[in-house]
Write a protein that binds this ligand. Structure first.
Ligand SMILES: Cc1cc2nc3c(=O)[nH]c(=O)nc-3n(C[C@H](O)[C@H](O)[C@H](O)COP(=O)(O)O)c2cc1C
Ligand code: SF4
Length: 529
């Protein structure tokens, strides 16, 4: 079934993908949705039910509800920042309650109090129509992401190496994906390069949905050409001729900056090999950061996670070999090609090379995006570079809602690299760090994690679809008068971990167990002895 839909969708993708057309149809409210979908179904040969099934998945495509004109950020950082009441009051002066929706994270975690209104993201520092506060950036010495650029031509020149040479340098660099899993980039590149197909794609995952992370947003808005040049090098190495940037709807400025950079790239005549970039705007769904759901989303299919194998490098976008990587991964490539893979591998640790962008939220004295050598001591970053916590804290959340919860007493032994975190029972993920104040109840964090995942589960597999809902319900009911069975809760975590198809359901137990392990005393009253 999805194979047929995918084939029909591929026919559509010349100038706009099916998803882009579907978004336009739903957003244009001049005619009734049903009539528009039926007409589009006739044109696309895809049933109205399948079209509605896709469109109704997204938070920002209002197929049923009153259209929202503004959204208040309810991401973890904004909830903890204490600035939401102020943001809510600003919106209440301009809109009716029905016109105000919620957004999971707008990427303003360095300030808090974020909101989205009619195509712009703002926070409580900005007045109507003004720009919100800029993202503070603290580069490493000999920065990989902020190194001075002689010219755009010089930057794009670095990608004009022979395919074998690009593969060799990237292999030598031992670059690992920055989107969360840390998969070796060169392995994925080689697999896509070896695939035998006339059409291949490069896809940049700019869905950065983790509350607490805004480093991809920084790169898209401030280093757009590095991202494009990284994608172009990957295209040279694999033989791809088309690139898609899937940028979340919550980042309108990032979309504008990337669109301007693509125009500049085209105007400079650097498209002589015919490579085409396309931007696809997301529509509000956390699971679209998962690479196979993202590909389904671009195709206009319901963005459910795909079974693997086949992996995207063999059968990805429109069933063709596709290299999907994170914004930061692509943005590191020009430096590697300019300085050589060995120079990149000489930085960081043996297993985690290079530098990493780490985001510190408004709970730190000096929040922002920090570029650190992989392997840097976490405590050094927090205390020496960021000046410590703004108010007394008891833990930090690292790597978003599917990352880990590290209590203060465990900060000291941790280095910022994948292995150090994994060996200690934590996860680095994309490395957004949110300070959890001492006053914030851990039961509320547990409830927040479960309700977030229950909302964002794609519903493809039963353990996650039902398990996240069940966990949310159990935690809402838990109180001193009606404590929760710990055995039942542990069994639920085990089912999620072992039975889920992807790391949304499968990853949730880690931060939950971190909280149970380290804050058991605080949570005692909510669980039966
Ligand atoms: C629920 C979920 C959400 C994800 N969100 C993102 C995301 O926002 N950005 C991202 O780059 N990777 C995200 N990933 C990881 C991607 O599936 C994929 O591993 C990544 O884009 C590969 O790029 P990399 O190798 O450069 O890290 C997510 C994974 C899961 C399971
Ligand atoms: S674990 Fe959740 S998000 Fe992942 S495939 Fe299953 S239902 Fe979808």
């Amino acid at each position: 079934m999805s194979k047929n839909l995918r084939a029909l969708s591929a026919r559509f993708a010349k100038n706009k993908t099916l998803f882009q057309t579907l978004t336009e149809i739903v957003e244009n409210r001049e005619a009734p949705l049903e009539r528009k979908l039926t007409a589009f179904a006739d044109e696309s040969l895809i049933s109205p039910a399948a079209l509605l099934g896709s469109a109704s998945f997204y938070d920002f495509l209002y197929t049923q509800q009153t259209p929202k004109r503004a959204h208040l950020c309810n991401g973890t950082s904004c909830q903890l920042s204490g600035r939401q009441a102020e943001a809510r009051a600003i919106l209440a002066q301009r809109y009716t309650p029905e016109e105000i929706g919620q957004a999971a994270c707008l990427g303003h975690c360095y300030h808090g109090g974020a909101y989205w209104q009619e195509g712009h993201t703002c926070d409580t520092t900005s007045g109507p129509g003004e720009k919100a506060s800029a993202i503070p950036f603290f580069p490493a010495t000999n920065s990989i992401f902020n190194a001075p650029l002689a010219s755009l031509d010089a930057l794009y020149q670095t990608t004009r190496l022979a395919a074998d040479r690009i593969c060799d340098e990237l292999t030598a660099s031992r670059l690992r994906g920055r989107g969360g899993a840390g998969f070796p980039f060169a392995t994925k590149l080689a697999s896509c390069a070896q695939a035998d197909a006339a059409q291949k794609y490069i896809v940049c995952n700019a869905d950065e949905g983790d509350p607490g992370a805004f480093s991809d947003r920084y790169l898209l808005e401030h280093q757009p050409h590095r991202v494009l040049a990284g994608m172009l090098a990957a295209a040279e190495a694999t033989g791809a001729n088309t690139g898609y940037l899937y940028i979340r709807a919550e980042y309108p400025q990032a979309q504008q900056c990337m669109a301007a950079a693509i125009s500049e790239f085209e105007a400079n005549g650097v498209t002589e090999n015919g490579f085409q970039f396309h931007i696809v705007r997301g529509a509000g769904a956390y699971i679209c950061g998962e690479e196979s759901a993202l590909l389904n989303s671009i195709e206009g299919l319901r963005p459910e996670v795909r079974l693997r194998p086949p992996y995207p490098a063999q059968a990805g976008l429109f069933g063709q070999p596709t290299l999907v990587s994170n914004v930061e991964t692509f943005a590191a490539i020009p430096w590697i090609l300019q300085h050589g893979g060995a120079a990149f591998a000489a930085r960081g640790t043996d297993l985690a090379t290079g530098t990493k962008l780490v985001c510190l939220d408004a709970g730190f004295k000096q929040p922002g995006v920090y570029e650190v050598e992989m392997g840097t001591a976490l405590i050094q970053l927090i205390e020496e570079r960021a000046g410590g916590f703004r108010q007394p804290a008891k833990a930090v959340q690292v790597g978003g809602p599917l990352g880990s919860i590290v209590p203060l007493e465990r900060l000291a032994g941790l280095q910022l690299d994948f292995e150090s975190f994994a060996q200690a029972g934590f996860l680095l993920g994309h490395a957004g760090i949110v300070a959890i104040p001492r006053t914030f109840p851990m039961i509320d964090l547990l409830r927040h994690l479960f309700s977030y995942m229950a909302d964002e589960s794609c519903g493809k597999c039963l353990p996650c679809r039902l398990g996240t809902e069940k966990g949310q319900h159990l935690l809402q009911q838990a109180s001193a008068a009606t404590p929760l069975s710990r055995q039942l809760f542990d069994e639920l975590l085990e089912t999620l971990e072992l039975g889920s198809l992807c790391a949304l359901g499968g990853g949730l137990p880690l931060p939950v167990r971190n909280i149970l392990d380290y804050f058991g005393e605080e949570l005692e009253e909510y669980f039966q002895p």
